[in-house]
Ligand binder design. Structure first.
Ligand code: TXA
Ligand code: MG
Length: 351
């Protein structure tokens, strides 16, 4: 398939290009586009055949439901009812990185919800995404625009790398602001439950409902019945080619441990990547070292995480060693993605 690539961003949203991309969606095609979280791979959410193409292009398991993207809070025809809590969360956090799970209406085909009676809906704040949805005139089903299993693309180059030849259109150019996928809140249960942490943090959600909690299964290795509630959270995910290992503990001891591991791997002829921070980068004399940013700005670390994981792919490293972050605020989302990319391989160093 010929994929058309068009560069534009929120500051210069070329309306003609967005109009054409909207037409492609309306006619049942696939368009990759930027959002404030990660790039999405969109199709008309109400068109079964179009949605099926998403699963094929990504190599996505069929039991993993898609998020439906809308351009306003008028979603009555997509859901059976809007629970009070969903209304409140929408009013506070839309447009933005928050997906709300509600009971779906019959308008949403089961292909989109992967057989579930519920559907995740989100209104992105990115101007290109918003215009594209409006131009297409339909809600857009869009998973992250990566090949299944890989870290989500946070810039257009990674979209092109994964999807060229597999989709009709790739539009964008800007770097995603949040860099981590949206927070997902299940609004069909009381109290509401966070199925995936993201840019809207637990602390922010608790201001709307004090009993909101995070699905405890998502921060640990899935075992037995202790499994995440969101179908997609059970898969190995966000994984670069090389295995990732996390070293967690006091920073000085972490640095010493990582340097010791680097030496051991190098002795066996391996190329080692190190995910460091601005505070530690100078303390790693060997290996390929990249900083995620300053520990003082965890949002920026979240923004750089997927980008950096994918850069290690380009370097063809054999193993990636990463520092850990405090599981607080946006740090919960950062550590959730990092742990999943590492397949929960964490070494804890006692202080
Ligand atoms: O930020 C985002 O949400 C991005 C951008 C493109 O908007 N999209 C995204 O989609 O991350 P995807 O498909 O990569 O992740 C969707 C997640 C999966 O873990 C899926 O299992 C979960 O949402 N999900 C979707 N519908 C659900 C439902 N009805 N119940 C439970 N989990 C659901
Ligand atoms: Mg994804």
């Amino acid at each position: 398939m010929d994929t058309k690539v068009e560069y534009l961003d929120s500051n210069m949203p070329n309306n003609e290009i967005i109009k054409k991309a909207g037409e492609v969606i309306r006619e049942g095609g696939l368009v990759a586009f930027p959002t404030e979280t990660v790039y999405g791979l969109g199709a008309n959410a109400l068109d079964e055949e179009a949605v099926k193409k998403i699963f094929i292009a990504k190599g996505r398991p069929q039991d993993n439901p898609l998020i439906v993207h809308v351009a306003s809070t008028e979603i009555d025809d997509l859901v059976e009812e809007i629970p009070d809590i969903a209304r409140k969360l929408m009013d506070k956090f839309w447009p933005g990185p928050l997906t709300l799970i509600m009971k779906k209406s019959s308008k949403i085909p089961y292909v989109t919800s992967a057989g579930l009676d519920t559907i995740g809906i989100r209104m992105p704040s990115n101007a290109v995404a918003n215009k594209l949805i409006k131009e297409s005139g339909v809600p857009i089903a869009a998973p992250s625009a990566n090949i299944s299993g890989k870290p989500s693309p946070t810039n257009i180059e990674r979209c092109i790398e994964d999807l060229l030849g597999k989709v009709d259109y790739i539009i964008g150019g800007e770097v995603c602001n949040v860099g981590l996928e949206s927070t997902i809140v299940d609004c069909t249960v009381e109290p509401p439950c966070v199925l995936r942490p993201g840019g809207v943090t637990l602390e922010m959600l608790k201001e709307i409902h004090k009993d909101i909690y995070i699905d405890p299964a998502i921060m640990k290795k899935p075992e037995g019945d202790f499994r995440p509630k969101a179908p997609g959270m059970k898969y190995r995910h966000y994984a670069p080619k090389a295995p990732v290992k996390i070293i967690s503990g006091n920073l000085q001891k972490t640095i010493a441990k990582i340097n010791e591991m680097v030496q051991n791997y190098m002795d066996t002829g391996k190329t080692v990547g190190i995910m460091a921070t601005d505070e530690s980068i100078k303390n790693y004399p060997k290996g390929i070292v990249k900083s995620l940013g300053s520990r003082k700005d965890l949002r920026n670390i979240g923004k750089n995480l997927f980008k950096t994981l994918r850069e290690f792919d380009d370097e063809n490293v054999d193993i990636i060693l990463s520092e850990a972050f405090e599981e607080k605020g946006i740090g919960i989302a950062v550590m959730n993605r990092l742990k999943k990319s590492a397949g929960f391989d964490i070494t804890y160093i006692n202080d």
